[in-house]
Design a protein around this ligand. Structure first.
Ligand code: IPE
Ligand code: IPE
Ligand code: MG
Length: 225
């Protein structure tokens, strides 16, 4: 049986969910944000070590300014309202991606939640914010070059934002699209991939459990037999 240590999710489909309910896209993002809490608690209770969630990509800045502004506000609200949930569930909060692009207030809030949860020992909840795998890889290479370090696989892995979380075991994308959209390209090189049609706001811990249980029964060969 495979051990599921690192689960990564591309939370896609908020806009289509809103459209189906004849609502603004923003309502889809709000509904999606509520699901994050359910899945984080599910992962914590299941004993998953790391849950990485794709929340905002380096490409998402291309959306209309109104939507980008809304997503930033929603993130701020999320960080404020989840403190208790994070503490109660012994979750450690982390981010990957280049948050220097965010405004100072948001960065301070992120830092506060990281500090508040730093001593927790349960699930690592990793939000990918202004994250792009290519940006992450090029920042990692720049770090190595600056230190005159060899570009070995181990050194590259250690220079990535995910250094302490390691490779992804299982990557789920909701919303039915079958692509990675620049998420964890290095870390998911041997991940099991699951693309499910459910739109993110409709995703439940029960569906997640089904996918995780199936993963545990999969024969992962890693190129061997
Ligand atoms: C994912 O949902 C959330 C973010 C990318 C922030 P989308 O907003 O991409 O939803 P669809 O793909 O348009 O349905
Ligand atoms: C991927 O979803 C990014 C996040 C879920 C944060 P997108 O909706 O931005 O991806 P594309 O544009 O369909 O590839
Ligand atoms: Mg999308």
């Amino acid at each position: 049986m495979n051990e599921l240590k690192h689960l990564a999710i591309i939370m896609d489909g908020n806009g289509r969910w809103a459209k189906a309910h004849i609502l603004e896209r923003s309502a889809g993002h709000e509904a999606g944000a509520r699901v994050v809490e359910d899945i984080a608690i599910f992962a914590a209770k299941r004993g998953i070590k790391t849950l990485s969630l794709y929340a905002f990509s380096t490409e998402n800045w291309r959306r209309p300014q109104r939507e980008v502004d809304f997503l930033m506000k929603l993130l701020s609200k999320f960080l404020k309202s989840k403190e208790q949930m994070i503490v109660q569930n012994n979750i450690r909060f982390h981010t990957i991606g280049d948050i220097s692009a965010f405004d100072a207030d948001l960065r301070a809030q992120i830092q506060q939640l990281k500090s508040l949860s730093a001593a927790n020992t349960g699930l690592n909840l990793v939000l990918a914010l202004n994250y792009g795998a290519r940006d992450e890889l090029s920042r990692a290479c720049a770090k190595l070059a600056k230190n005159n370090s060899e570009f070995s696989e181990d050194n590259i892995s250690a220079a990535l934002d995910t250094a302490e979380f390691g490779d992804v075991d299982l990557l789920i994308r909701t919303g039915g699209e079958q692509r990675l959209s620049n998420f964890l390209l290095w870390q998911a090189s041997y991940a099991e991939l699951v693309f499910c049609p459910t739109l993110w706001p409709d995703f439940t811990s029960a569906e997640c459990e089904q996918i995780c249980a199936k993963f545990e029964q999969t024969h992962r060969r890693f190129g061997g037999l």
